[in-house]
Write a protein that binds this ligand. Structure first.
Ligand code: FAD
Length: 392
C-alpha cells in the first residue's frame, strides 16, 4: 500500500504507521507532517499519538497499538489531531555482542533525572505501584531483563554517617526506553509499607526507604543509579522463533514488559520475533493488574504469538475453591507447558521470593502425574539454560 493511499484518512494513516512500529516524542502535526516525516532520510519510524475528542486530556493510546482495537469507535468519534515526530532509533544499541555490566558502581554512581512518575494501579489495589521513567541521557545503557541499582538519598539507618545501600530494580523498558531514543529506563516500583502486626496500623517509621523515595519522586528530581546488572533474565535472542513462558507476580512483570515491547511494539531490524510468548501474571485483583492495556493490545494484534493468562488471588477461585494463584494457572495449562519445555521453551520466574515454593510444588506434582522425575527435568532445564529465576 502506498503512502498516499494509506493516508486516505487519519485513521488509515495511523494504522499504516503502527505497522511500521517505532517511536517518538509528540510534537503537534497533521497527517501531511507524518507523511513528510516518514520520507525523511533519517526516519527510522514514526510514533502516532491520537487525541480523542471526548477526553479532556490527551489520551495516549500506546504507540498507536490500541488504535486498531478501538477502530470501531472512530466512526463515532472521529480523530481530531494526530501527533508525530521523526526519530532516529539509536540502532547502535543492537551492535554490542555482550550486555553492558556494572558501568556505574556504588562508589561512583550515575546521577540520573526522574522524567516521569505515574501510579499504575487502580484505587482498589492493595498497595501502590508506580511506573517511573528515569533519564540517563544514554549514559547507562542496558539490555532487556537487566536491573539498575538505586541509591536512595540519606543516611543508612543501620550505619550512621554512611550513605544508604543500593536497592535493585528490574528495568521495565527495552534498551530504547519508553521514548525509543535510548536515553531512558523505566522501573516498576511497589511502595514498601509496614503494618504493625499487633495494631494492624501502618507504621511510617518503618516504611521502605528506596521504594518510597522512588514512588514519591517528581520529574526533575535526581536519582543515583548503578549498574546495569544481571544476566539471568536476559532475553535469549539467538532463536527468534523460540517460545518464552514468563511467570510474574506483581512487579515481577518488569522484565517481561521490556521483552514484550521488544517482541511486539518495536520494529528493529535485528529482532523480528516469530515465536510464542506466554505471560502468566499473578496479582491481587483487577485494579492491581500492571500494563494490562499493553498486553491486551498485543493479544489482539498477535494472537498466534502472544498468550496472556492472569491469576487474581482476591477475585478468582482455583478449581479446589481456594484463591487463584499463578501456580494454579500453570497447573491448568501444565500439559501444554511441559510439551513446550520438552521442545526447548524458556521459562522465566520473576517477583516475590514466596512465589517459588508453590510453583515448584505444582511443577513437581504435574511431573510425577506424567511419570517424570521433576528433579531430573529441572536439572536438564538448567543445563540447557531454559530455566531463568529472579525473585526477591
Ligand atoms: P527497605 O528500607 O530496604 O526495607 C525493606 C522492608 O523492611 C520494607 O518492607 C520495610 O517496610 C521493612 N522495614 C523497615 N524497617 C523495619 C523495621 N524496623 N522492622 C520491620 N520491618 C522493617 N522491587 C520493586 O518494587 N520492583 C522491582 O522491579 C524490583 N526488582 C528487583 C530486582 C532484584 C534483582 C532484586 C534483588 C530486588 C528487586 N526489587 C524490586 C526489590 C527492591 O530491591 C527493594 O528490596 C524494595 O523496593 C524494598 O526496598 P526499600 O528500600 O523500599 O525497603
Amino acid at each position: 500500500m502506498g503512502l498516499a493511499q494509506a493516508c486516505q484518512d487519519d485513521l488509515e494513516c495511523a494504522r499504516f504507521f503502527r505497522v511500521r512500529g517505532s517511536m517518538v516524542l509528540p510534537s503537534q502535526g497533521s497527517t501531511r507532517d507524518i507523511v513528510t516525516a516518514s520520507q525523511s532520510p533519517n526516519c527510522r519510524g514514526v510514533r502516532v499519538q491520537v487525541l480523542w475528542p471526548q477526553f479532556s486530556r490527551n489520551k495516549f493510546l500506546g504507540e498507536g497499538l490500541e488504535l486498531s482495537a478501538r477502530s470501531r469507535l472512530s466512526t463515532q468519534l472521529r480523530l481530531t489531531k494526530i501527533y508525530a515526530k521523526v526519530v532516529t532509533i539509536p540502532i547502535e544499541l543492537e551492535e554490542a555482542t555482550e550486555p553492558p555490566i556494572n558501568l556505574f558502581k556504588p562508589k561512583e554512581p550515575y546521577t540520573a533525572t526522574i522524567k516521569s512518575n505515574q501510579k499504575i494501579v487502580g484505587p482498589k489495589a492493595p498497595g501502590e505501584t508506580c511506573h517511573i521513567v528515569i533519564d540517563h541521557g544514554g549514559n547507562v545503557p542496558y539490555w532487556e531483563g537487566q536491573s539498575y541499582g538505586v541509591i536512595p538519598p540519606g543516611e543508612n539507618p543501620k550505619k550512621p554517617g554512611m550513605p544508604n545501600t543500593v536497592r535493585l530494580y528490574s528495568i521495565a523498558s527495552t534498551r530504547y526506553g519508553d521514548d525509543f531514543d535510548g536515553k531512558t529506563a523505566s522501573l516498576c516500583v511497589r511502595r514498601a509499607v509496614y503494618y504493625d502486626p499487633e495494631t494492624g496500623k501502618e507504621d511510617p517509621a518503618k516504611k521502605g526507604i528506596c521504594s518510597n523515595f522512588l514512588c514519591d519522586s517528581k520529574p526533575g528530581d535526581k536519582v543515583l543509579i548503578t549498574g546495569p546488572s544481571g544476566k539471568v533474565m536476559l532475553l535469549p535472542e539467538d532463536d527468534q522463533k523460540a517460545c518464552h513462558i514468563m511467570v510474574a507476580t506483581g512487579t515481577g512483570i518488569a522484565p517481561y514488559r521490556g521483552y514484550l515491547r521488544r517482541m511486539f511494539m518495536e520494529n528493529v531490524p535485528t529482532f523480528k520475533f516469530e515465536g510464542l510468548a506466554w505471560l502468566f501474571l499473578g496479582v491481587a485483583n483487577t485494579d492491581s493488574l500492571l500494563y494490562n492495556e499493553e498486553f491486551i493490545s498485543y493479544q489482539k494484534q498477535y494472537p498466534k504469538n502472544f498468550r496472556y493468562d492472569i491469576a487474581l488471588s482476591r477475585e478468582q477461585l482455583n478449581k479446589k475453591g481456594g484463591k487463584m494463584y499463578v501456580q494454579d494457572k500453570i497447573e491448568e495449562y501444565s500439559e501444554e507447558i511441559f510439551k513446550l519445555l520438552d521442545g526447548g521453551a524458556h521459562i522465566y520466574f520473576c517477583g516475590l521470593k514466596g512465589m517459588m515454593p508453590g510453583i515448584q510444588d505444582t511443577l513437581k506434582r504435574v511431573a510425577e502425574e506424567r511419570g517424570e522425575s521433576w528433579d531430573q527435568k529441572l536439572l536438564k532445564l538448567k543445563k540447557n539454560k531454559q530455566w531463568h529465576v529472579e525473585v526477591y
